[in-house]
Design a protein around this ligand. Structure first.
Ligand SMILES: C[S@@+](CC[C@H](N)C(=O)[O-])C[C@H]1O[C@@H](n2cnc3c(N)ncnc32)[C@H](O)[C@@H]1O
Length: 200
């Protein structure tokens, strides 16, 4: 059944631990924007289990339709059609009024100016007290949290110098510069973190 849909084993592994935190954070009805949706496995899992939310998938214009097979297969009434959103572009105007935002595994793939653009966009789109959750691997004071993250970082930088695991202090400062205060830092399986910012 999965063969006709794009599939990420990592998403299968991390979607439930992420959901357990999102369920507490996104407990009020509202609309959540997902940036860099990818396959759509996260979108479908979170929309299924958080029926009080409208889930708004989005991705770079080259990738935003990748999630369609999952959306078509599940036909959930609380997932909007995906938006073609390049965080560095002018596409933020299409984003509906949102109460929260989520992104997974994007900060180490985007170039740093793209990460900055993502935060600027989220900072503008969120209302006061709105929350942004960002999942992925991060380092602390330049130190990786595991040998496997260190290898992953080297692998990314060898592939393309603009990619790489980001440091938590850079993320914290970027948040503060874009209206977002880092509130929580959850330890997640497989040496990942879930960072939570609140719009001030
Ligand atoms: C490693 S994938 C993560 C996909 C999914 N969130 C997951 O956890 O499997 C990185 C995602 O970031 C998106 N991305 C990269 N640059 C982007 C940009 N400038 N604007 C929006 N999305 C971007 C890619 O299209 C891709 O979907």
């Amino acid at each position: 059944m999965l063969k006709d849909k794009p599939f990420s084993q990592a998403c299968e592994n991390n979607k439930q631990p992420i959901l357990e935190i999102l369920a507490d954070i996104f407990e009020q009805p509202g609309t959540a924007l997902e940036i860099g949706t990818g396959t759509g496995q996260h979108a479908v899992h979170f929309a299924q289990h958080l029926p009080h939310l409208i889930w708004q998938p989005s991705d770079h214009p080259q990738n935003y339709q990748l999630c369609m097979p999952w959306l078509d297969a599940t036909r959930l009434s609380n997932i909007n059609q995906p938006i073609a959103l390049d965080v560095t572009g002018q596409d933020w105007g299409q984003v509906p009024a949102i109460s929260g935002a989520f992104s997974a595994n994007t900060a180490h793939i985007m170039a740093w100016p793209e990460v900055e653009a993502m935060f600027r966009g989220v900072g503008k789109a969120l209302p006061t007290d709105g929350v942004f959750c960002l999942y992925g691997p991060f380092s602390y004071a330049g130190k990786h949290t595991s040998p496997s993250n260190e290898r992953f970082d080297s692998h990314l930088r060898a592939q393309a110098p603009h990619m790489g695991i980001r440091d938590i202090e850079d993320m914290r400062r970027l948040g503060e510069a874009t209206g977002l205060m880092m509130e929580q830092d959850f330890d997640m399986p497989a040496n990942n973190r879930l960072l939570v910012w609140r719009r001030f």
